[in-house]
Write a protein that binds this ligand. Sequence first.
Ligand code: C2E
Ligand code: MG
Ligand code: MG
Length: 394
Amino acid sequence: MRYKKQFLIFAFVIKNYQDVKEIYGVHNMDRGIRLISQYLKANYPGITFFYCKEGRFISVASAGTDSSRLCAELKERFTGPWTSKETELYLCIAFAKLTSDTEIKSVELSISSVISALNRAAKAEDGLCAVVCENDIKEYIKEIYVKKILELTVEENLVEVFLQPIMEAGNLRVIGAEALARIRDRDGNYISPADFIPIAERNGCINTIGEQIFDKTCKFIKENSLDSIGLSWINVNLSPVQFFVSDIANSYDEIIRKNGLDFNIIHLEITEEAMVSQSLLLRQMESMKKKGFQFVLDDYGTGYSNLTRLQKCPFINIKIDMGLVWAYCKEPNLLLPSMITSFKSMGFTVTAEGIETKEMAEAMIRLGCDYLQGNYFSRPMPMRDFTRAFAMFA
Ligand code: C2E
Ligand code: MG
Ligand code: MG
């Protein structure tokens, strides 16, 4: 049943909850939560706030509640400390609320949407109030749907692997390929990795699906002579979140051995991410390198990678993100040429991603890129189609 809501859902989160808990201890944090609860009860008798773990407070108030005033007052209160005999805590907060004109399907759905908006606000600036709109609710419903499909896909090992060729810049012949994951919804339509990989990373599914993709790529190599399709190697994406699993080096090593492959035939593409510390990244990369794995830095220019971090990690190749490639092709700049020159002088080979036209390919060859990848050469395609398409060019 759809209905117009008659109430306001208002929530706030302590943004520095984890840090404060780690620094001052769980007991002090608990005292802080109690102080806040007492304050809310005393100052807002008409609104019932519930504490729902990890620094999140949520309330279902009447539709007439002035949420802007509530925000302003709480913001003001949180500029001061939360003090008791044993505790003095400085906490910062962010808010989320459901707008009064939002049509919702169920109370549970709307609360879940507010919590997911709260998580978003927690990552943004202090005191921000994320307003849940219909789009958020649609996104949330979509996320639940993708989660279900993902679970089924993993359970039944149904993930598909597509391959996109990587061309050698010198002769424009295929030299390698990137393995890209695909899953299908109930109607057989593909769901984009951009939609399911972040979910898999959040719920831990990435570990199983990552191994399944790796295993399927290894099987493909075992069953097809790479030479006959002109390939020297295949790149497989490895989410840095997978580094949280301590024995990843052993499990990937086992898959390589089970399929009787050489290590130099598979490269692991990783993107540097804020959520994985540099020390964990380095430790895991080193233990995989010891086994014989080789690494490629993916999407350079999108986030956390920088030259200092780069020097410390054992990469053999750097893939320039398509955003940088497109920006240069639209309006040439000094940044990209000097970046490519620096990478090459540091001993890395360089791949340009997102090549969509002949002109873009020519521009990247002029800048000295070693390899090119993009829809101009070929879109990613199922493994069987890839073998057929490239057997004749080898
Ligand atoms: P990525 O690793 O940077 O892969 C390249 C993406 O760019 C692919 O998108 C590919 O289809 C797309 N692409 C290639 N050439 C062009 C072009 O000329 N124009 C445009 N517009 N796009 C192009 P896809 O397959 O949708 O994958 C998106 C991202 O999802 C990947 O980016 C990667 O970060 C992640 N991903 C895909 N498969 C896996 C996987 O097996 N494991 C993990 N951990 N991540 C994966
Ligand atoms: Mg990649
Ligand atoms: Mg990439």
